[in-house]
Design a protein around this ligand. Structure first.
Ligand SMILES: *Cc1c(COP(=O)(O)O)cnc(C)c1O
Length: 355
Protein backbone atom coordinates (compact mmCIF):
# COMPACT_ATOMS: atom_id res chain seq x y z
CA UNK A 1 0.00 0.00 0.00
CA UNK A 2 1.27 3.47 -0.75
CA UNK A 3 -0.13 6.63 0.77
CA UNK A 4 -1.83 7.44 -2.52
CA UNK A 5 -4.16 4.46 -2.17
CA UNK A 6 -7.46 4.72 -0.32
CA UNK A 7 -7.25 4.69 3.47
CA UNK A 8 -7.48 1.32 5.23
CA UNK A 9 -8.41 0.47 8.81
CA UNK A 10 -6.60 -2.84 9.25
CA UNK A 11 -4.38 -1.32 11.92
CA UNK A 12 -4.07 1.96 13.74
CA UNK A 13 -0.38 1.72 12.87
CA UNK A 14 -1.22 2.44 9.22
CA UNK A 15 -1.67 6.10 10.16
CA UNK A 16 1.01 8.70 9.71
CA UNK A 17 2.29 11.30 12.16
CA UNK A 18 -0.23 13.87 13.36
CA UNK A 19 0.48 17.55 12.65
CA UNK A 20 1.15 18.48 16.29
CA UNK A 21 3.78 15.75 16.71
CA UNK A 22 5.31 16.53 13.32
CA UNK A 23 5.54 20.25 14.02
CA UNK A 24 7.30 19.61 17.32
CA UNK A 25 9.81 17.33 15.59
CA UNK A 26 10.44 19.99 12.97
CA UNK A 27 11.03 22.52 15.73
CA UNK A 28 13.40 20.10 17.48
CA UNK A 29 15.21 19.72 14.17
CA UNK A 30 16.16 23.40 14.09
CA UNK A 31 19.74 23.42 15.29
CA UNK A 32 21.52 20.96 17.54
CA UNK A 33 20.95 19.73 21.09
CA UNK A 34 22.68 17.65 23.73
CA UNK A 35 22.54 13.87 23.11
CA UNK A 36 21.14 10.94 25.14
CA UNK A 37 18.29 12.81 26.79
CA UNK A 38 20.18 15.66 28.44
CA UNK A 39 18.32 18.15 26.23
CA UNK A 40 15.51 20.64 26.69
CA UNK A 41 12.93 18.66 24.70
CA UNK A 42 13.34 15.60 26.88
CA UNK A 43 12.98 17.75 29.99
CA UNK A 44 9.92 19.49 28.55
CA UNK A 45 8.26 16.18 27.60
CA UNK A 46 8.96 14.80 31.08
CA UNK A 47 7.42 17.92 32.62
CA UNK A 48 4.38 17.54 30.34
CA UNK A 49 3.84 14.00 31.66
CA UNK A 50 4.18 15.23 35.25
CA UNK A 51 1.55 17.88 34.54
CA UNK A 52 -0.72 15.39 32.79
CA UNK A 53 -0.55 12.87 35.64
CA UNK A 54 -0.45 15.51 38.34
CA UNK A 55 2.45 13.79 40.08
CA UNK A 56 6.24 13.68 40.06
CA UNK A 57 6.54 10.51 37.97
CA UNK A 58 9.76 9.22 36.37
CA UNK A 59 9.48 9.03 32.58
CA UNK A 60 11.60 7.14 30.02
CA UNK A 61 11.25 7.23 26.24
CA UNK A 62 11.80 4.11 24.13
CA UNK A 63 11.22 3.18 20.50
CA UNK A 64 8.34 0.72 20.70
CA UNK A 65 5.76 -0.98 22.86
CA UNK A 66 7.35 -4.40 23.02
CA UNK A 67 10.47 -2.85 24.55
CA UNK A 68 8.43 -0.62 26.86
CA UNK A 69 6.41 -3.54 28.24
CA UNK A 70 9.33 -5.95 28.44
CA UNK A 71 11.70 -3.55 30.15
CA UNK A 72 9.04 -2.28 32.55
CA UNK A 73 8.12 -5.84 33.55
CA UNK A 74 11.79 -6.79 33.86
CA UNK A 75 12.28 -3.85 36.22
CA UNK A 76 9.51 -5.19 38.47
CA UNK A 77 10.75 -8.78 38.55
CA UNK A 78 13.59 -11.05 39.41
CA UNK A 79 14.15 -13.89 36.94
CA UNK A 80 12.52 -16.37 39.36
CA UNK A 81 9.33 -14.29 39.54
CA UNK A 82 6.20 -14.55 37.42
CA UNK A 83 3.91 -12.05 35.71
CA UNK A 84 0.14 -12.58 35.64
CA UNK A 85 -1.60 -11.57 32.42
CA UNK A 86 -4.73 -12.29 30.42
CA UNK A 87 -4.61 -14.94 27.69
CA UNK A 88 -5.11 -12.28 25.04
CA UNK A 89 -2.47 -9.88 26.43
CA UNK A 90 -0.06 -8.45 23.88
CA UNK A 91 2.84 -9.45 26.16
CA UNK A 92 1.70 -13.07 25.80
CA UNK A 93 0.53 -13.21 22.19
CA UNK A 94 2.49 -10.59 20.25
CA UNK A 95 5.90 -9.90 21.78
CA UNK A 96 7.82 -12.98 20.68
CA UNK A 97 8.84 -13.84 24.24
CA UNK A 98 10.48 -10.45 24.82
CA UNK A 99 9.09 -10.04 28.38
CA UNK A 100 10.60 -13.42 29.33
CA UNK A 101 13.82 -12.61 27.46
CA UNK A 102 14.43 -9.18 29.00
CA UNK A 103 13.55 -10.43 32.49
CA UNK A 104 15.94 -13.36 32.07
CA UNK A 105 13.17 -15.89 32.35
CA UNK A 106 10.32 -14.49 34.45
CA UNK A 107 7.38 -16.67 33.49
CA UNK A 108 4.10 -15.29 32.22
CA UNK A 109 1.19 -16.88 34.06
CA UNK A 110 -1.74 -16.69 31.70
CA UNK A 111 -5.29 -16.33 32.99
CA UNK A 112 -7.96 -17.68 30.65
CA UNK A 113 -10.26 -14.80 29.77
CA UNK A 114 -13.30 -14.74 27.53
CA UNK A 115 -13.36 -10.95 27.09
CA UNK A 116 -9.65 -10.20 27.44
CA UNK A 117 -9.91 -8.59 30.85
CA UNK A 118 -8.24 -9.77 34.01
CA UNK A 119 -10.33 -9.92 37.17
CA UNK A 120 -9.40 -9.87 40.87
CA UNK A 121 -10.54 -13.50 41.09
CA UNK A 122 -8.36 -14.59 38.19
CA UNK A 123 -5.38 -12.78 39.69
CA UNK A 124 -5.94 -14.35 43.11
CA UNK A 125 -6.42 -17.82 41.65
CA UNK A 126 -3.15 -17.73 39.71
CA UNK A 127 -1.15 -15.98 42.41
CA UNK A 128 -2.19 -18.47 45.05
CA UNK A 129 -2.23 -21.59 42.87
CA UNK A 130 1.22 -22.56 44.14
CA UNK A 131 3.40 -21.39 46.99
CA UNK A 132 6.13 -24.00 46.90
CA UNK A 133 9.76 -23.46 45.91
CA UNK A 134 9.33 -25.28 42.58
CA UNK A 135 7.09 -22.70 40.95
CA UNK A 136 8.02 -19.10 40.03
CA UNK A 137 6.80 -16.67 42.66
CA UNK A 138 4.10 -14.26 41.46
CA UNK A 139 5.34 -10.70 41.51
CA UNK A 140 3.54 -8.59 38.91
CA UNK A 141 0.13 -8.25 37.29
CA UNK A 142 -0.17 -6.64 33.88
CA UNK A 143 -3.40 -5.35 32.38
CA UNK A 144 -3.97 -3.80 28.96
CA UNK A 145 -5.99 -0.58 28.91
CA UNK A 146 -7.95 -0.65 26.64
CA UNK A 147 -7.69 -4.39 26.02
CA UNK A 148 -6.48 -5.88 22.75
CA UNK A 149 -10.14 -6.20 21.73
CA UNK A 150 -11.00 -2.62 22.61
CA UNK A 151 -12.67 -3.04 26.00
CA UNK A 152 -12.01 -0.38 28.60
CA UNK A 153 -11.40 -1.18 32.27
CA UNK A 154 -13.44 1.14 34.47
CA UNK A 155 -11.82 3.03 37.33
CA UNK A 156 -13.53 0.65 39.77
CA UNK A 157 -12.26 -2.43 37.93
CA UNK A 158 -8.68 -1.15 38.07
CA UNK A 159 -9.03 -0.23 41.73
CA UNK A 160 -10.33 -3.71 42.51
CA UNK A 161 -7.42 -5.39 40.70
CA UNK A 162 -4.97 -3.04 42.43
CA UNK A 163 -6.45 -3.87 45.84
CA UNK A 164 -6.01 -7.55 45.10
CA UNK A 165 -2.43 -6.88 44.01
CA UNK A 166 -1.68 -5.04 47.24
CA UNK A 167 -3.12 -7.82 49.35
CA UNK A 168 -0.91 -10.35 47.54
CA UNK A 169 2.21 -8.14 47.40
CA UNK A 170 2.07 -7.84 43.60
CA UNK A 171 3.01 -4.81 41.50
CA UNK A 172 0.55 -3.56 38.88
CA UNK A 173 1.71 -2.74 35.36
CA UNK A 174 -0.50 -1.26 32.65
CA UNK A 175 0.11 -1.81 28.93
CA UNK A 176 -1.32 1.45 27.63
CA UNK A 177 -0.47 1.11 23.95
CA UNK A 178 -3.83 2.90 23.48
CA UNK A 179 -3.96 4.54 26.91
CA UNK A 180 -5.21 7.82 25.43
CA UNK A 181 -8.21 6.00 23.96
CA UNK A 182 -9.14 4.72 27.41
CA UNK A 183 -8.92 8.24 28.86
CA UNK A 184 -11.09 9.56 26.04
CA UNK A 185 -13.61 6.76 26.50
CA UNK A 186 -13.87 7.18 30.27
CA UNK A 187 -13.63 10.96 30.28
CA UNK A 188 -11.45 10.70 33.37
CA UNK A 189 -8.14 12.22 34.39
CA UNK A 190 -5.15 10.05 33.43
CA UNK A 191 -4.26 9.87 37.15
CA UNK A 192 -7.63 8.31 37.95
CA UNK A 193 -6.90 5.12 36.00
CA UNK A 194 -3.22 4.93 36.94
CA UNK A 195 -1.53 5.92 40.19
CA UNK A 196 -4.68 7.03 42.01
CA UNK A 197 -6.20 3.63 41.22
CA UNK A 198 -3.05 1.75 42.25
CA UNK A 199 -1.08 1.30 39.01
CA UNK A 200 2.69 1.29 39.63
CA UNK A 201 4.01 1.53 36.07
CA UNK A 202 2.34 2.60 32.82
CA UNK A 203 3.54 2.07 29.26
CA UNK A 204 1.90 4.98 27.43
CA UNK A 205 1.69 4.43 23.68
CA UNK A 206 2.73 7.26 21.42
CA UNK A 207 2.78 5.39 18.13
CA UNK A 208 -0.94 4.57 18.12
CA UNK A 209 -1.70 8.08 19.38
CA UNK A 210 -0.24 9.94 16.39
CA UNK A 211 3.53 9.73 16.70
CA UNK A 212 5.82 8.10 14.15
CA UNK A 213 7.82 6.20 16.77
CA UNK A 214 7.90 6.10 20.51
CA UNK A 215 6.38 5.02 23.78
CA UNK A 216 6.79 6.44 27.27
CA UNK A 217 7.35 4.36 30.38
CA UNK A 218 5.90 6.17 33.37
CA UNK A 219 6.94 5.07 36.88
CA UNK A 220 4.67 6.35 39.63
CA UNK A 221 6.92 4.94 42.34
CA UNK A 222 10.50 6.23 42.02
CA UNK A 223 11.80 3.22 43.95
CA UNK A 224 10.87 1.05 40.95
CA UNK A 225 12.79 3.04 38.34
CA UNK A 226 16.23 2.78 39.94
CA UNK A 227 18.82 2.08 37.21
CA UNK A 228 16.07 1.86 34.57
CA UNK A 229 18.18 4.07 32.30
CA UNK A 230 20.88 1.38 32.28
CA UNK A 231 18.29 -1.27 31.45
CA UNK A 232 17.11 0.80 28.46
CA UNK A 233 20.65 1.34 27.24
CA UNK A 234 21.57 -2.33 27.52
CA UNK A 235 18.45 -3.26 25.56
CA UNK A 236 19.36 -0.91 22.73
CA UNK A 237 16.53 1.45 23.65
CA UNK A 238 18.47 4.57 24.60
CA UNK A 239 18.05 7.00 21.71
CA UNK A 240 21.18 9.06 21.15
CA UNK A 241 19.12 11.85 19.54
CA UNK A 242 16.54 11.54 22.31
CA UNK A 243 14.93 14.85 21.42
CA UNK A 244 13.26 13.20 18.43
CA UNK A 245 11.52 10.69 20.69
CA UNK A 246 10.65 13.40 23.22
CA UNK A 247 9.57 16.31 21.01
CA UNK A 248 6.51 14.60 19.51
CA UNK A 249 5.26 14.01 23.06
CA UNK A 250 5.59 17.74 23.71
CA UNK A 251 3.55 18.31 20.56
CA UNK A 252 0.87 15.80 21.61
CA UNK A 253 0.59 16.64 25.29
CA UNK A 254 0.95 20.43 25.33
CA UNK A 255 -1.61 20.87 22.52
CA UNK A 256 -4.13 18.37 23.85
CA UNK A 257 -3.85 16.42 20.58
CA UNK A 258 -3.20 13.20 22.53
CA UNK A 259 -6.82 13.26 23.74
CA UNK A 260 -8.39 14.71 20.57
CA UNK A 261 -6.66 12.09 18.42
CA UNK A 262 -7.93 9.28 20.64
CA UNK A 263 -11.46 10.68 20.86
CA UNK A 264 -11.57 10.85 17.06
CA UNK A 265 -10.52 7.20 16.74
CA UNK A 266 -13.14 6.19 19.29
CA UNK A 267 -15.84 8.21 17.54
CA UNK A 268 -15.05 6.57 14.19
CA UNK A 269 -15.33 3.10 15.74
CA UNK A 270 -18.67 4.06 17.30
CA UNK A 271 -19.83 5.45 13.95
CA UNK A 272 -19.07 2.21 12.12
CA UNK A 273 -20.69 0.14 14.88
CA UNK A 274 -23.84 2.27 14.75
CA UNK A 275 -24.03 1.95 10.96
CA UNK A 276 -23.96 -1.84 11.23
CA UNK A 277 -26.54 -2.17 13.97
CA UNK A 278 -29.33 -3.41 11.68
CA UNK A 279 -27.36 -5.70 9.43
CA UNK A 280 -28.67 -9.23 10.04
CA UNK A 281 -25.50 -11.06 8.95
CA UNK A 282 -23.03 -8.95 10.86
CA UNK A 283 -22.50 -9.09 14.59
CA UNK A 284 -20.20 -7.06 16.84
CA UNK A 285 -18.00 -9.63 18.58
CA UNK A 286 -17.06 -7.19 21.34
CA UNK A 287 -18.85 -4.07 22.55
CA UNK A 288 -17.24 -1.01 20.96
CA UNK A 289 -15.75 1.04 23.79
CA UNK A 290 -12.57 2.46 22.23
CA UNK A 291 -11.17 2.62 18.68
CA UNK A 292 -11.62 -1.03 17.66
CA UNK A 293 -14.47 -2.80 15.89
CA UNK A 294 -14.47 -6.60 15.71
CA UNK A 295 -17.01 -8.08 13.32
CA UNK A 296 -18.31 -11.58 13.04
CA UNK A 297 -19.72 -12.09 9.53
CA UNK A 298 -20.19 -14.97 7.08
CA UNK A 299 -17.14 -15.79 4.94
CA UNK A 300 -19.03 -14.56 1.85
CA UNK A 301 -19.41 -11.14 3.43
CA UNK A 302 -15.74 -10.90 4.40
CA UNK A 303 -14.71 -12.10 0.93
CA UNK A 304 -17.03 -9.51 -0.56
CA UNK A 305 -15.34 -6.81 1.49
CA UNK A 306 -11.91 -7.96 0.36
CA UNK A 307 -13.12 -7.98 -3.24
CA UNK A 308 -14.07 -4.33 -2.78
CA UNK A 309 -10.51 -3.60 -1.73
CA UNK A 310 -10.80 -3.55 2.07
CA UNK A 311 -7.92 -4.86 4.13
CA UNK A 312 -8.36 -6.28 7.63
CA UNK A 313 -6.95 -8.93 9.93
CA UNK A 314 -8.95 -11.95 11.05
CA UNK A 315 -6.44 -13.54 13.42
CA UNK A 316 -8.48 -12.85 16.55
CA UNK A 317 -11.34 -15.32 16.90
CA UNK A 318 -11.90 -15.43 13.15
CA UNK A 319 -13.52 -12.01 13.17
CA UNK A 320 -12.61 -8.98 11.10
CA UNK A 321 -10.82 -6.22 13.00
CA UNK A 322 -11.02 -2.54 12.09
CA UNK A 323 -8.95 0.04 13.98
CA UNK A 324 -9.38 3.80 13.78
CA UNK A 325 -6.51 6.21 14.28
CA UNK A 326 -6.28 10.00 14.57
CA UNK A 327 -6.42 10.36 10.79
CA UNK A 328 -9.45 8.18 10.03
CA UNK A 329 -11.50 9.93 7.35
CA UNK A 330 -15.23 9.98 8.09
CA UNK A 331 -15.97 9.40 4.37
CA UNK A 332 -13.90 6.22 4.45
CA UNK A 333 -15.65 5.01 7.60
CA UNK A 334 -18.96 5.59 5.84
CA UNK A 335 -17.67 3.94 2.67
CA UNK A 336 -16.74 0.85 4.69
CA UNK A 337 -20.20 0.76 6.26
CA UNK A 338 -21.85 1.17 2.84
CA UNK A 339 -19.75 -1.61 1.32
CA UNK A 340 -20.57 -3.90 4.24
CA UNK A 341 -24.25 -3.23 3.73
CA UNK A 342 -23.92 -3.88 0.00
CA UNK A 343 -22.06 -7.16 0.37
CA UNK A 344 -24.55 -8.33 3.02
CA UNK A 345 -27.47 -7.68 0.65
CA UNK A 346 -25.65 -9.49 -2.11
CA UNK A 347 -24.84 -12.46 0.14
CA UNK A 348 -28.54 -12.61 1.10
CA UNK A 349 -29.64 -12.57 -2.54
CA UNK A 350 -27.25 -15.40 -3.36
CA UNK A 351 -28.58 -17.50 -0.48
CA UNK A 352 -32.15 -16.87 -1.66
CA UNK A 353 -31.28 -17.68 -5.28
CA UNK A 354 -29.69 -20.96 -4.21
CA UNK A 355 -32.75 -21.95 -2.11
C1 LIG B 1 0.60 -2.07 19.49
C2 LIG B 1 0.62 -2.65 20.86
C3 LIG B 1 1.80 -2.70 21.61
C4 LIG B 1 3.14 -2.25 21.08
O1 LIG B 1 3.57 -2.95 19.98
P1 LIG B 1 4.95 -2.62 19.23
O2 LIG B 1 4.71 -3.13 17.86
O3 LIG B 1 6.01 -3.37 19.95
O4 LIG B 1 5.18 -1.15 19.30
C5 LIG B 1 1.72 -3.16 22.92
N1 LIG B 1 0.56 -3.56 23.45
C6 LIG B 1 -0.59 -3.53 22.77
C7 LIG B 1 -1.86 -3.95 23.42
C8 LIG B 1 -0.60 -3.09 21.45
O5 LIG B 1 -1.74 -3.07 20.75
Amino acid sequence: MTTTQPQQFASDNYAGICPEAFAAMAEANAGSATAYGADGWTQRATDAFRDLFDTACDVFFVFNGTAANSLALAALCQSYHSVICSSSAHVETDECGAPEFFSNGSKLLVAPSSDGKLTPDAVRRLATSRSDIHFPKSRVVTITQPTETGLVYTVAEIEAIAATCRSLDLKLHMDGARFAHACAALGCAPADITWRAGVDVLCFGGTKNGMGVGEAIVFFDPALSVDFDYRCKQAGQLASKMRFLAAPWVGLLESGAWLRNAAHGNACAARLAAALANLPDVRLMVPVEANAVFLDAPAAVLDGLRARGWQFYTFIGGGARFMFAWDAAIERVDALAADLRAVCQRADREVMAAA
